[in-house]
Design a binder for this molecule. Structure first.
Ligand code: ADP
Ligand code: SR1
Ligand code: MG
Length: 411
């Protein structure tokens, strides 16, 4: 045990912990003698245990003070767990259908107890690799993003409420710095952590490091990420942060949350769907119609988000939000113009961040199963190169796209 009361739990000590924690024991019906425990943490950072008793279940997630993917040589504040628990609770309030309930949080142990998202839920990325269609995905994800982003922005909050929330989440600084490094910096320079499908992509990785136009664009995106406190964002909304069935979508893992640019979440989700799209050509079976489904899902996600977000804005136009005071913007034509300007700028931000998230997964430290599951390196590199080329165009030319249909045409 460290002086701050933190100790890393294993399966045995976890049972003792649960026995002495009524809020967890009660979720297991207080039947604690034959618990089934399984560590399932396949993410990059933390340990996750599924705990099942004859009459209940719970998931326990513990942050350790380093990056699990790399090991203890890469320290990372375990205090990220506080921000994950706080964001999970807030997002659950704003979108209860799509965010698991938090049952318990222990700050000194960096430990969260939450709802077990039971099978047949699987991680969305795995479904995308297997070629499974999720007909409600765009509907659900647009709902999650519209609710969590709108209600935590100045379109809904007063500047006093917003500033105090911004101040609280500013302390999640270490994890933001990790994103600054691995998304916006490392892929554009030589870094010991970078890797790619070598030797096939050696030239492509070097071309990124020498691309002046791209570097100018990524600097703009990085400064937006660091400076813009637009809303409480999830901060890591890729396809492994979403669990799905045919009729349910659950968003997990908001430990990267802070007040940042909304486009970072929208871009993360859309960018990871594009990665899934470009990976399809590397799989053995025919994925033609599946690729069409992914493209339609990208398009529906943005269009539905646009519709839901602007509806919330209309609904609350004379509410507490202090960004656009009703008294000033009540003229119908002006109101439409204001919304159009806001949404097109958010669209361009989202495309830029989508591109940055794609590039980092191909030439940076953390890769994705979509490509990693393509065993033959030459084939994998071909798919990755198509994705990289598209991402570079998207980042550089994002302001030229007027609609998601234009973007799809460019694919
Ligand atoms: P990390 O922060 O390390 O990325 P995640 O939160 O992504 O960890 O969780 C890692 C894995 O644990 C997920 O891929 C998922 O399989 C499983 N998991 C996490 N939370 C839950 C949950 N509430 N219910 C069921 N499985 C979960
Ligand atoms: C060392 S980078 C690890 C990555 O995993 C998380 O899911 C985030 O995307 C982070 O960038
Ligand atoms: Mg994760």
């Amino acid at each position: 045990m460290t002086t701050d009361g933190f100790r890393v739990l294993g399966e045995k000590s976890l049972i003792e912990y649960i026995k002495s924690t009524p809020s967890l024991a009660s979720k297991l019906g207080n039947e604690l003698n034959n618990l089934k425990i399984k560590e399932v943490g396949d993410g990059n950072l933390n340990f996750v245990y599924i705990v099942i008793s004859p009459s209940g279940s719970v998931v326990i997630k513990q942050a350790v003070p380093y990056v699990r993917l790399i090991g203890e040589s890469w320290p990372l504040a375990k205090e990220r767990s506080y921000f994950e628990a706080t964001a999970l609770k807030r997002q659950h309030e704003l979108c209860p259908k799509h965010v698991p309930e938090v049952y318990h949080f222990d700050r000194s142990m960096s430990l969260i107890g939450m709802r077990y998202i039971e099978p047949p839920h699987i991680i969305l990325r795995k479904g995308l690799v297997s070629g499974v269609k999720y007909p409600l995905l765009a509907e659900h994800m647009s709902e999650f993003m519209a609710n969590t982003l709108f209600y935590t922005s100045l379109l809904y909050l007063t500047t006093t409420q917003h500033k105090s929330a911004v101040a609280e989440f500013c302390a999640n600084v270490e994890i933001c710095r990790l994103t600054e490094q691995v998304v916006f910096s490392d892929p554009y320079k030589i870094s010991e952590h970078n890797r790619w499908t070598s030797p096939y992509l050696d030239g492509d990785a070097e071309a990124i490091r020498n691309d002046k136009e791209l570097k100018i664009e990524v600097a703009e995106l990085k400064s937006m990420f660091c400076e813009r406190t637009q809303a409480l964002i999830h901060g890591d909304l890729h396809t492994s942060s979403v669990m799905v069935t045919q009729d349910s979508t659950q968003v997990i893992d908001p430990e990267f949350s802070f007040y940042g640019p909304m486009g970072f979440d929208i871009g993360a989700f859309i960018g990871n769907l594009f990665l899934a799209y470009f990976a399809q050509d590397g799989y053995a079976d025919d994925r033609k119609t599946y690729k069409e489904w992914i493209i339609n899902t990208i398009s529906d996600t943005w269009n539905l988000f646009h519709k839901k977000f602007t509806s919330l804005w209309d609904k609350h136009k004379d509410g507490p939000g202090e960004a656009y005071l009703h008294e000033i913007y009540k003229d119908a034509e002006l109101w439409e113009l204001v919304k159009q300007k806001y949404m097109i700028s958010l669209f361009h931000d989202s495309l830029g961040f989508a591109a940055a998230k794609m590039i980092r997964r191909i030439v940076g430290v953390a890769h994705v199963e979509d490509f990693e599951s393509i065993v033959e390196p030459a084939k994998r590199a071909d798919c990755e190169r198509h994705a990289l080329d598209f991402a570079k165009t998207l980042m550089k030319k994002r302001r030229n796209f007027d609609s998601i249909t234009d973007v799809i045409s460019a694919v």
